[in-house]
Design a protein around this ligand. Structure first.
Ligand code: UD1
Ligand code: UDP
Length: 389
């Protein structure tokens, strides 16, 4: 009998950004769903920034983050904490998102308590066990445990079908990150309190950089940073803004190589609102993040991906995203080309939206209604089409 109890679980910044629209949508329909929120707080400050923006107050906060935490610590602390929450709440379904350790562990805890699992952003694959690490395994393991799979794209659905997931359990919804993005980017956003020169955007080609992937720690990340330092030195029109991830390993390399350099601005992690508005004003995005590969194309910003493989092939196919890897030479050459060659830049700077239309959370809500017998018809699937943002 409705309302069915849904426990949404997340722990890191990107999960929070992408689950917030789902939580808010479910909470708009209390007659259908009683949506509770449990955060592991695998991230602390970076999670809280998102909770504040979307005004989500978790019902449970496990507060597990420790400085320089290991995968084993995150896994065991989250598993024990989430098991207790699930035992107490007895939800009809646990909703998890994406591919973090919180995601996998939440699905495992739900399984141990015989609870159904809904996996949001299901079906992304590189096909390589260690790339990205440990995300490829986290999402595959969550996928095996899931009862419902909310695939953002047809490609993701095809990956799941190949693995033997029954088609009736897969819903192609678009990615909820586009719901969050469309609700947050504004044409005249003012960056009042950011520590940046006022005329930066008028006078420079601003490169927005983010980097945090585990497989890039150490030498790959240092090579990327050296390439950018040298590019900015040799291109007076270029500037780099880098909101540095809280991970101390990332901070150490960033500060050592990029700290104190002219026209390179190292910032604290930005709240989602200034961050995506900054992306909308930048010239080019360099990143090893997953979410940025989805957001930047929607804003018509070329993306150079600092990885060897991606689980998000759609925007690579449409030409807005290029995989460049992490060598000094490749990073230098690709950025140089996009700074110098207008035609090359123009070809990449096309707004495409293979990842969503802003209605993913609505489709997830409708799919849950259908699943629990509150709706007669399956929701229509998201079909990607080219369109201007
Ligand atoms: C985690 C996820 C990764 C996701 C990324 C998004 C795992 C194993 N990794 O990686 O999939 O892409 O989040 O950013 O699930 N820290 C803080 N404050 C914060 C957040 C992090 O101080 O708000 C520091 C802590 O020292 C922490 C370290 O960063 O120990 C690493 O955090 P962790 O969640 O383990 O790994 P990420 O690299 O952030
Ligand atoms: N983001 C943010 N502030 C920042 C950097 C990124 O709000 O300073 C957002 C970004 O818009 C995207 C998400 O965080 O939605 C990506 O998170 P991250 O790169 O940490 O993780 P990934 O996407 O790689 O899992």
């Amino acid at each position: 009998m409705p309302p069915y109890k849904i426990l949404a679980v997340f722990g890191t910044r990107p999960e929070a950004i992408k689950m917030a629209p789902v939580v808010l949508e479910l909470q708009r329909h209390p007659q259908d769903f009683d949506c509770r929120v449990a955060v592991t707080a695998q991230h602390r400050e970076m999670l809280d920034q998102v909770l504040n923006l979307f005004a989500i107050e978790p019902d449970y906060d496990l507060n597990i983050m420790q400085a320089r935490q290991s995968l084993e610590e995150v896994t065991t602390r989250a598993l024990e904490g989430l098991s207790a929450v699930i035992a107490r709440e007895q939800p009809d379904m646990v909703l998890v998102h994406g591919d973090t350790t919180t995601t996998f562990v939440a699905a495992l805890a739900a399984f141990y308590h015989h609870k159904q699992v809904g996996h949001v952003e299901a079906g992304l694959r590189t096909g390589q066990k260690y790339a990205p690490f440990p995300e490829e395994m986290n999402r595959r393991l969550a996928g095996v445990l899931a009862d419902l799979h909310f695939a953002p794209t047809i490609t993701a659905k095809d990956n799941l079908l190949r693995e033997g997931v029954p088609e009736e359990n897969i819903y192609v919804t678009g990615n909820t990150v586009i719901d969050a993005l469309l609700a947050t980017v504004r044409p005249h956003y003012s960056f009042g309190d950011l520590d940046l020169p006022p005329a930066l955007f008028d006078g420079h080609k601003v490169i927005l950089l983010t980097a945090h992937r585990r497989e890039n720690w150490g030498e790959p990340m240092r090579a990327i940073f050296r390439a950018l330092r040298d590019l900015v030195r040799s291109h007076p029109e270029a500037a780099v803004i880098f909101p540095v991830h809280k991970n101390p390993l990332v901070r150490e390399s960033a500060t050592a190589i990029l700290g104190g350099q002219e026209r390179i601005y190292l910032l604290e992690p930005l709240a989602y609102e200034p961050f995506v508005n900054l992306m909308a004003r930048s010239y080019l995005v360099l990143t090893d993040s997953g979410g940025l590969q989805e957001e930047a194309p929607a804003l018509g910003k070329p993306v150079l991906v600092l990885r060897e493989v991606t689980e998000r092939p759609e925007a690579v196919e449409s030409g807005t995203v290029r995989l460049v890897g992490t060598s000094y030479k490749k990073v230098y050459e690709h950025v140089h080309e996009l700074l110098e060659d207008e035609e090359s830049y123009r070809r990449m700077a096309q707004a495409v939206n293979p990842y969503g239309d802003g209605l993913a959370s609505r489709r997830i809500y409708l799919a849950l209604r259908y699943h629990f017998g509150l709706e007669v018809l399956r929701p229509e699937e998201f079909l990607a089409k080219r369109k201007d943002f």
